[in-house]
Design a protein around this ligand. Structure first.
Ligand code: SAH
Ligand code: SF4
Ligand code: F3S
Length: 472
């Protein structure tokens, strides 16, 4: 019943959550390729489905369980047709809940965490053996394989090189978090902070470049806390490199565009700020989540910085790179947040003037210190505050987009758009840019004269001799 032959098997992966999960899903596909799995975007034809889950807010978690119910139905259909489907749950919900997932959804076959997915081939072999033993598939029970350890070995030592070519590629350089913000599950689901050695990252970057990458985004839950083992024989004799130093080295390899995400204000050190001043390939855009503008709330969140310290960092960044565009995450309705605290957040937003933002209602997460606080905020107040905050940040985003009208932006074309001949790319400032172009330019950086701004994107036409004079 379970696919065992060398015939190609179809693998469907659904990714929830952050870019680290996107990176992990790509690596899972890489690991399963030698076992004969090829990716499909149709879950109905999948021999194996992986849900790579996110635990950050309650809604994200609920979605996983409703999707699982639908998957069970799909598998029943496949079984009635003489086929089958392995159902696996990975990612942060899997890590947080472990065997509890199987109690709630007994038809799940495999549960694995963000630090054990390199062991997927063993888990599948186990699942296959278990399936052979049971012979007739039980409609209700899955195979019950759970591996949510935090192993001593690093998964990165066991991952094959990717062969997928991407104009804009991700490299995970740091994982986990030791900051323990009181609202957040990440330190529990991803484990302690870990930085990959520099040599390994540079090797992966060279490989990405050889596959045609123009842009590399360095990923980490706390990417600017990066402190990886320095390459052997560095002249300066340092044992470890920070993120700034790593960025200089990537630029030396010839990476055209470098980005990094997500950063914590406390880890914006001098070296990194200098990199923004001195490395032209480092894009003038930074996602630097502040969460709140109230010092009282920042303290209760255990963010370990004040609004004033955040302003000081932004000032340094702006003097290093005057055109830097900023983005942030905000949480409204953290326990104890008063109207005045919320007003302080709005005032911080007005002061900084963001190019982009993500905002969320505080969501109680089990096992986190803030979840146990008594002074929780009512849902309707959270909703009201979120609407007010979003109105402000949306206005700022549109104003930022409008500023680029009439300018020429170098745009990395990443994918096809909805219309024929339409392509979508990114400006240096991370704006989505819509432009008509020819397919051979996909994966290239082209100059686009921007003529329209929208709430979530800008659009324009390729710079040619005819329209050159309209744009600056
Ligand atoms: N490492 C990043 C954030 C990772 S989580 C940082 O330190 O900023 C992404 C975002 O989800 C957070 O920035 C926060 O705004 C939001 N978030 C995390 N936990 C949350 C919770 N319990 N309720 C609502 N939003 C939350
Ligand atoms: Fe979560 Fe805070 Fe760590 Fe970010 S820094 S991942 S918000 S605990
Ligand atoms: Fe979600 Fe885990 Fe990322 S909880 S945001 S998928 S680190």
């Amino acid at each position: 019943m379970f696919p065992q032959t060398l015939l190609k098997k179809k693998l469907y992966i659904k990714t929830y959550g952050c870019q680290m999960n996107v990176y992990d899903s790509e690596r899972m596909a890489d690991i399963l390729t030698p076992l004969g799995y090829i990716l499909t975007d149709n879950p109905d034809e999948a021999d194996m489905t992986i849900l790579n889950t996110c635990h950050i807010r309650e809604k994200a978690e609920q979605k996983v369980f409703s999707d699982l119910g639908r998957l069970r139905d799909k598998r029943d259909v496949r079984r009635s047709q003489g086929a089958d489907m392995v159902i696996a749950v990975g990612g942060c919900v899997a890590q947080a809940e472990g065997a509890e997932i199987i109690r709630q959804a007994p038809y799940v076959d495999i549960v694995f965490g963000p630090q054990t997915y390199h062991r997927l081939p063993e888990m599948i072999a186990k699942a296959t053996r278990a399936a052979e033993k049971t012979k007739k598939p039980n409609q209700k029970r899955g195979l019950g394989i759970v591996d949510v350890e935090f192993p001593l070995e690093s998964k990165f030592d066991h991952l094959p090189q990717t062969e997928e070519s991407r104009a804009s590629a991700f490299i995970s350089v740091q994982e986990g978090c030791d900051k323990f913000c009181t609202f957040c599950v990440v330190p529990y689901t991803r484990g302690a902070e870990y930085s990959r050695p520099v040599t390994e990252i540079l090797k992966e970057a060279k490989h990405m470049l050889s596959l045609g990458a123009k842009e590399i985004t360095l990923l980490g839950q706390n990417v600017n806390a990066y402190h990886g083992q320095a390459p052997q024989g560095t002249t300066s004799g340092e044992q470890e490199w920070g993120l700034g130093r790593l960025i200089y080295a990537l630029a030396d390899l010839g990476v055209e565009r470098i980005r990094y995400t997500t950063s914590h204000p406390r880890d914006m050190d001098k070296n990194l700020i200098d990199a923004h001043r001195e490395v032209p390939a480092l894009m003038p855009f930074l996602h630097l989540p502040v969460q709140s503008g109230s010092n009282k709330i920042l303290e209760a969140m255990n963010r370990k910085h004040t609004a004033q310290q955040y302003f000081a960092i932004i000032d340094q960044l702006k003097s290093a790179r005057p055109d830097i565009a900023l983005s942030s995450d905000f949480i409204v309705g953290f326990p104890g947040e008063t109207d005045q605290d919320f007003e302080d957040t709005l005032s911080l937003i007005r002061n900084i003037n963001y190019a982009q933002s993500y905002s969320f209602k505080y969501s109680i997460r089990p096992g986190t210190p803030a979840g146990a606080l008594e002074n929780q905020i009512e849902e309707n107040i959270k909703a009201e505050r979120l609407a007010i905050l979003q109105e402000l940040v949306n206005k700022q985003q549109l104003a930022f987009n409008l500023q680029t009208v009439g300018t020429t932006q170098p745009v990395l074309l990443e994918r096809k758009g909805r219309l024929n001949g339409q392509f979508i790319g990114r400006s240096p400032y991370m704006q989505s840019v819509v432009v008509m172009a020819s397919e051979r330019l996909l994966g290239q950086v082209i100059d686009v004269c921007i003529d329209q701004a929208h709430p979530n994107s800008i659009s324009g036409s390729m710079v040619t001799h005819e329209n050159e004079s309209f744009c600056i």
